[in-house]
Ligand binder design. Structure first.
Ligand code: DGJ
Length: 728
């Protein structure tokens, strides 16, 4: 890993063994993008910056003379690191401000730079981190030419990962207010068009479907305006060359360390190039920066792979596990969860939960989670959010926790700290605690309102009430839910010129709440959740090493969700449980759930002996290999349920001594020839597989494959364990 600046050519190279990112400062002071991809030794600027004609290359100087831009600058087609607003370049600006005179003209030029070992830390947003010498950063200071607003733009390399973290902070060191109307985190100008876009869309219970479509002429927008990263779209996006598949070809991955409204805009215009912008959604956005104030933008992530999507995903997975998740024990063995929700919903009492505990223990649970319904007067979703007091008449929480611990299980509890029911003591005693104006109808969703987290003192009060429970009971795990989108964006706490930053401040409030609750309980494992997978993003993962992937627990629906999610997020982050869903056998349910952070969620007292029998093999496997092979292994996708009628993938331990392979059919398949070629094994090692019980070399599995030429019923799963053994 190294970052260099070449004085004579004013060239920056950010490179490691796998990756090179390069740009230079031109004669105008613009940062001119040159390259993002596999390492190359040299650049020919005159060729890279030549677009073959002259008419857009001049400007009128203040003295009234027509001058030629230096360094072959074409205002509407040169590749840039920072696109301007209101100029001839219409591909989309990185930052747009409203000048004192009311115009939107925004144009940043280079002032200075420094290169250092380490990474930038943000005060109010989660950020990527590294051990001391594992990160190197280039910090540039740019100045907006008329207002004087500063942009601190930092690029960080993390060891040998083919990935770049882009950090931006706007600083107002002028004497006037500056109104920011748009502030994107990431810009990448690619010198070509004809890419395919992969985005991950869906809805509640059907999250992160993979759609691959050509990026045609004009503007393509992928966004969330729901106040959270959303079920509907994910900030993860991929651009791929046409012939790129899982294992070969070039692709670029983008993501944002942010959980609120976002926008990805890809523009293919007359220039022949493609501009990608990703950042905070600019709809209704306005941030008035007072003198001496700074505005932190979420970090943007760019990754590159010349070996297809599997490699790109593996880069994202390593990044998340090594440079994003803050929880100290994230890589340790995760106890097998039993969650009460789908078993009894809110219909429970102490005796019922005690009987659940006993039966959950018998089927191997190591952590029991009491879900929604234990607080206030909550027996339905119509009341009590905000009243974080144990409902003593319903549940003897201490007795339940003691019994859980006595049986050698850990104990977890559900919260939804960001929300309030109008039917709650908290709402009644806190006027204006929720979003929305009293002169208009506040839209309810699941009978609840979103709390106004732009108000720091309210955030602190909520944190204190949650912490009171966490500090009064020996709790090992928390499931942190969030069950509605944001609407009625009005805060009584904010002034007139602050309402335009409400969406950003609400997201900051979420992180403040996380810090106040999570950082003060480092021994507790926190799992995120937002009506299932409505907030599966890098901002949340910084605090929650695991997120409930979806409310859909039917294994057939689930395999699409977990497959789509795997493009950007490792298996360890996906909470996945065996449920009572009737569509398949318990074996299929257990096989699908195993490829994630494993658990159970049903009425354990109703499980038949036969169902229990089907859970035993994966229970043993989870103990033996769940941590080393699934949660900390390397994943290779082999067959896509979206396009190939089956899901197949393999996860391999980092030392390549063990692997677990899965194949699940969506339709009946007859016994015709079917060899699945396995990836990720060491070609020279020999592995015995649990299917035909024979041992073959890694290159045999790769070149010839595992023989699955047998009759398969619909939704039948085939799980195969591979273990290295010595050659005779
Ligand atoms: C939505 C979650 O996704 C479910 O798992 C469950 O916790 C409910 N909320 C509880 O209200």
């Amino acid at each position: 890993m190294k970052i260099t600046f070449h004085e004579a050519t004013r060239l920056f190279r950010l490179e490691n063994n796998q990756f090179l990112y390069a740009f230079f400062i031109d004669g105008q002071g613009y940062l001119r993008h040159l390259y993002c991809g596999k390492p190359v030794a040299e650049f020919d600027y005159s060729s890279l910056c030549d677009f073959g004609f002259d008419w857009a290359k001049t400007y009128l100087s203040p003295s009234g003379k027509e001058e030629i831009f230096s360094d072959n600058y074409y205002s509407d087609r040169s590749l840039l690191e920072v696109g301007s607003e209101g100029k001839n370049d219409k591909r989309g600006s990185l930052v747009a401000i409203r000048q004192e005179d009311g115009s939107f003209l925004t144009d940043f030029v280079y002032v200075s730079h420094r290169i250092y070992f380490g990474f930038p830390a943000l005060a109010n947003l989660p950020y990527a981190f590294a051990k001391d010498q594992e990160a190197q950063s280039l910090e540039l200071t740019l100045k907006e030419v008329r207002s004087g607003l500063l942009l601190k733009l930092t690029y960080t390399l993390l060891g040998e990962l083919p990935l770049l973290v882009r950090t931006e902070v706007l600083q107002n060191e002028t004497k006037n207010d500056v109104e920011v109307r748009k502030a994107m985190s990431l810009e990448l100008d690619l010198p070509d068009q004809g890419y395919d876009l992969l985005h991950f869309y869906g809805t509640w219970s059907r999250e992160r479907n993979v759609e691959r479509k050509p990026l045609g002429d004009g503007l393509t927008i992928i966004e969330s305006r729901l106040g959270r990263s959303s079920h509907e779209e994910n900030p993860l996006n991929i651009l791929a060359e046409k012939d790129t598949d899982e294992n070969q070809g070039s692709c670029y991955g983008f993501n944002l360390i942010y959980s609120g409204d976002f926008r990805m805009a890809a523009n293919c215009d007359k220039s022949g190039s493609t501009r990608v912008l990703l950042g905070i959604n600019e709809t209704d956005f306005s941030y008035v920066l007072k003198p001496q104030e700074a505005f932190e933008l979420p970090q943007g992530i760019i990754t590159y792979s010349s070996e297809g999507f599997n490699r790109l995903s593996q880069t994202f997975h390593s990044f998340i596990q090594d440079h994003l998740i803050r929880y100290a024990n994230a890589k340790a063995y995760r106890p097998l969860i039993f969650n009460s929700w789908e078993g009894c919903y809110m219909d429970f009492n102490t005796d019922k939960i005690l009987s659940y505990l006993k039966t959950a223990k018998e089927i191997g649970a190591e952590l029991f989670v009491l879900d929604d319904g234990w607080f206030g007067k909550r027996n339905s979703d119509g009341s009590s959010l905000g009243d974080w007091e144990v409902n003593q008449s319903k549940i003897d929480l201490r007795k339940v926790i003691d019994s859980c611990h006595e049986q050698g299980m850990k104990f977890g509890l559900w919260f939804e700290p960001e929300m309030v029911n109008p039917d709650s003591d908290f709402y009644r005693s806190h006027p204006h605690c929720s979003l929305g104006h009293e002169d208009s109808q506040k839209e309810l969703s699941r009978h609840q309102l979103a709390l106004d987290l732009s108000n720091d003192s309210l955030v602190d009060e909520i944190a204190a009430s949650v912490n009171r429970i966490l500090d009064s009971y020996p709790i090992d795990y928390v499931k942190w839910d969030n069950n509605r989108t944001i609407a009625d964006n009005y805060s009584y706490h904010l002034g007139k010129d602050e309402q335009g930053k409400i969406s950003y401040l609400l997201t900051l409030g979420y992180y403040r709440l996380c810090k106040k609750i999570i950082d003060s309980h480092p021994h507790i494992f926190f799992e995120g959740c937002a009506s299932g997978g409505g907030r599966f993003d890098l901002g949340s993962l910084a605090y929650f090493p695991q997120i409930w992937c979806s409310d859909e627990t039917d294994p057939v629906q689930r395999l699409y969700i977990q497959y789509g999610t795997s493009y950007g997020y490792p298996l360890s982050t996906m909470g996945s449980h065996v449920s009572k869903s009737p569509v398949s056998s318990y074996k299929t349910k257990a096989d699908v759930a195993l490829f994630g952070s494993y658990g159970y969620e049903f009425d354990p007292t109703k499980l038949s002996t036969e169902d229990k029998q089907q859970l035993i093999p994966n229970l043993d496997l989870y103990h033996d290999m769940g941590n080393s092979v699934i949660q900390n292994g390397t994943l290779y996708r082999l067959r896509s349920p979206f396009t190939e009628g089956a899901l197949s993938w393999i996860s391999v331990s980092s030392d390549q001594t063990k692997a677990i392979f899965l194949y699940v059919t969506l339709r009946k398949q007859n016994s015709s020839s079917r060899f699945i070629r396995l990836l990720g094994l060491d070609p020279k090692k020999r592995y015995r597989n649990s299917l035909d019980k024979k041992a073959y070399s890694g290159d045999y599995y790769r070149e010839i494959g595992l023989n699955l030429s047998f009759w398969m019923e619909e939704f039948q799963s085939t799980l195969v364990v591979l273990k290295e053994e010595d050659y005779d």
